[in-house]
Design a protein. Structure first.
Lengths: 219, 471
């Protein structure tokens, strides 16, 4: 009860994915959310929090977030030092980067992520197992293809810009230019703003209506 | 014992301050006109601009020096970022969240000031609080699938305090607090927290009392006023239903009142809100709909959660359902990364939507907001130039509206003396400023009819035709 009062959630598991990125699995503590929403997370004794899209699915009995350490950051270096059994502060889930099930029925989805912007898509895929999607993930190196085994191999495309060990060598924009879409596709873009702007331009040129483009900027 | 309150920032802070003043009065404090006379000095802070925060630091430095010579208690509340909160703890005697307002007397008593804390009643923790729905209003409501809720979980205590209104003819009613939108230029989600809606029963009752007292202008306040009810997930009226209840109550009263709201977010604006405004004479035909930028990619960078297509749809509803409505907006020019071409899209938006008024701001990074970390890469001179160009565009479209007022007789709520000697000024239902020659201060706070004789882009001047006849 005290924990709930102070929004404290114990870390149940920490999965290190690369030198700088990791998944924190947290107690659920009754927190409600819709796939694609985000929470604010911070160290328990600090005053700062940061927004993280939830990586896990609403049906899971835990919450997961995917974190990449920013070396000179205020929050992530502290989060990186935390271990199983430690606690973090978590605020209620909010956000509009969600899938309307009724609209989505029978539709083709394109998910475009850069880096940890893959989080909401991880949640979508777990929440809607029958989703007809293609996930294009922009990363620098192939080892940043975070837990790619969680996606159907034919649906996940790692676009690596600095090595050739991904599924496609180049940026997500290159992949999209070479693989034009059906303009009825529902397009979800998540990650850094420059990527989103570039992809937005390509999608517009391919005839996708802005009504069918949904964005979540990471900052 | 006397207190003095310094109020910085927006209308929400004004409304919060009215409740702080009520608490102080109930404790037996009289308002002091100057800081020098006061035993307790407080400040309602604003974190939207650095200048406002700098003012808080400047004030407290001065007040702390005074403490060497006399007894003085200082407090701060309002919009405070986490970093500033930590610093204020060392500088002020009391730092409290507005949600804790009802506990303020108890806090003050720790400084040896005796206060009738028991008078404030509901000091509560996280229990559900029973709030009586006024039967006369609640019984009239008959909305399918929703009803006024009488239980509010962890609602800010500030709403439980009956305010002392600073005016006897216009009032603000807070209906919603906080923000879930996380616009990158704004720090409000970090200072006021998540969206929380006030009980509709309380709102309707407060409005009913104001209407009965003869208030002429009521403004419903919220950071995202039309997100009202969304946090209650179907257990509370929607914003349209709340407006419907208020419109019905005010129209049935037989009194003349204009009910406004600010600020809505285009994302959450629904057609039924516009339909409801059209339905009731008491719901003012003036809509403030912030656009911020006319370019979709700038809107993405701002994390605004709406596209221009969506905005256009909402304006279309307004023009279709309430052709007489005036339309106001907010615009930021020179936001990080804004190109010349993107700015031109904003100019096009001003021309397309033909605003009556736009509050245009040159972008400046706000501490605590996400964009504060980004390079402020549009030169100040360019921002100034864009500001001037957009103001010019606005003047042209606004003038088209005010020109139509010439020789018309308009109803005006007289708000005070004008800057021009021998004149009073007020605004129309659409919030167009009008002044007229009169030195009869008894007219302040009443409706009058004025015949417009000359017009400017954002204001007009006329002659008094008739004054309100008191019933």
């Amino acid at each position: 009860m005290q924990k709930r009062r102070f929004n404290l959630h114990t870390i149940l598991e920490k999965r290190v994915l690369t030198d700088s990125s990791f998944v924190l699995r947290l107690e659920r503590n009754g927190l409600e959310f819709t796939a694609g929403q985000h929470i604010q997370v911070g160290p328990p004794n600090g005053i700062h929090t940061r927004e993280y899209s939830i990586y896990s699915a609403p049906s899971d009995d835990f919450i997961e977030i995917l974190v990449r350490e920013i070396e000179d950051g205020v929050v992530t270096p502290t989060l990186k030092k935390l271990e199983t059994g430690d606690s973090v502060v978590v605020n209620d889930a909010v956000g509009y980067f969600t899938i309307d099930k009724e609209v989505a029925e029978g539709r083709q989805f394109l998910f475009v992520a850069s880096g940890t912007g893959i989080s909401p898509f991880h949640s979508f895929v777990k929440a809607f197992p029958s989703l007809n999607y293609t996930l294009v993930h922009g990363i620098r190196f192939a080892d940043e293809a975070y837990e790619r085994h969680h996606y159907e191999p034919s649906r996940y495309i790692a676009c690596t810009s600095r090595d050739q060990k991904g599924d496609f060598h180049g940026r997500v924009t290159d992949w999209l230019t070479q693989n034009p879409l059906n303009n009825d596709t529902l397009c979800y873009l998540c990650g850094n703003c420059d990527m989103i702007h570039d992809v937005y331009d390509i999608l517009e040129k391919q005839g996708v209506s802005s009504k069918n483009i949904f964005t979540e900027v990471y900052f | 014992m006397k207190y003095h309150l310094v109020i910085l920032g927006c209308q929400m802070n004004q409304a919060d301050a009215e409740r702080v003043q009520a608490v102080m009065a109930k404790m037996g404090y009289a308002a002091a006109e100057t800081e020098e006379e006061a035993n307790v000095i407080g400040i309602i802070a604003c974190s939207v601009r650095q200048k406002a925060i700098d003012k808080v630091y400047s004030k407290i430095a001065k007040w702390n020096k005074w403490k060497n010579k006399r007894n003085l208690i200082t407090f701060v509340s309002g919009c405070i970022l986490p970093d500033d909160h930590q610093k204020f703890l060392k500088l002020f005697d009391l730092v409290f969240d507005m949600k804790e307002l009802a506990s303020f007397p108890a806090m003050l008593s720790q400084y040896g000031v005796t206060t009738p804390v028991s008078n404030f009643g509901r000091l509560h923790d996280e229990e559900l609080v029973e709030i009586a729905a006024p039967a006369s209003v609640a019984e009239k409501l008959n909305f399918a699938g929703a009803k006024p809720v009488s239980k509010v979980a962890a609602a800010p205590q500030t709403w439980e305090v009956e305010p002392i209104y600073n005016s006897n003819f216009e009032a603000f009613i807070p209906i919603q607090n906080g923000c879930n939108k996380f616009c990158t230029f704004c720090a409000v989600p970090y200072t006021r927290g998540r969206e929380v809606s006030r009980s509709s029963a309380d709102i309707i009752e407060e409005a009913r009392q104001l209407v009965e007292k003869g208030y002429k202008s009521i403004t419903l306040l919220g950071q995202n006023v039309n997100s009202y009810g969304l946090d209650k997930k179907g257990e509370e009226l929607s914003f349209a239903q709340l407006l419907d209840a208020l419109g019905q109550m005010a129209d049935d009263s037989g009194r003349d009142v204009w009910i406004y709201f600010t600020s809505p977010h285009p994302r959450d604006m629904t057609r039924d809100v516009i339909e409801t405004i059209a339905k009731y004479r008491s719901l003012a035909k003036q809509i403030h709909l912030p656009v911020q930028s006319g370019d979709d990619k700038v809107l993405i960078r701002m994390n605004r959660k709406h596209s221009m297509e969506r905005y256009r749809e909402v304006v279309g509803w307004i023009r279709e359902l309430i052709p007489s409505a005036t339309l106001f907006t907010d615009v930021i020019v020179g936001f990080t990364g804004e190109t010349e071409e993107q700015f031109e899209q904003t100019r096009a938006a001003v021309r397309e939507f033909r605003y009556n008024m736009a509050y245009i701001a040159m972008y400046s990074p706000r501490p605590g907001a996400a964009s504060f970390a980004w390079q402020d890469d549009v030169a100040h001179a360019v921002k100034k130039e864009r500001y001037a160009m957009l103001t010019g565009d606005l003047e042209k479209v606004a003038f088209e509206h005010t020109r139509k007022l010439k020789d018309e007789t308009v109803r005006l709520l007289v708000r005070g003396k004008d800057k021009k000697d021998g004149y009073l000024s007020g605004h129309t239902e659409g919030k167009i400023i009008v002044r007229f020659p009169s030195d009869d201060e008894n007219l302040i706070g009443s409706f009058v009819d004025v015949r417009i004789e000359s017009v400017r882009p954002f204001s007009a001047e006329g002659e008094l035709v008739t004054r309100e006849v008191e019933a």
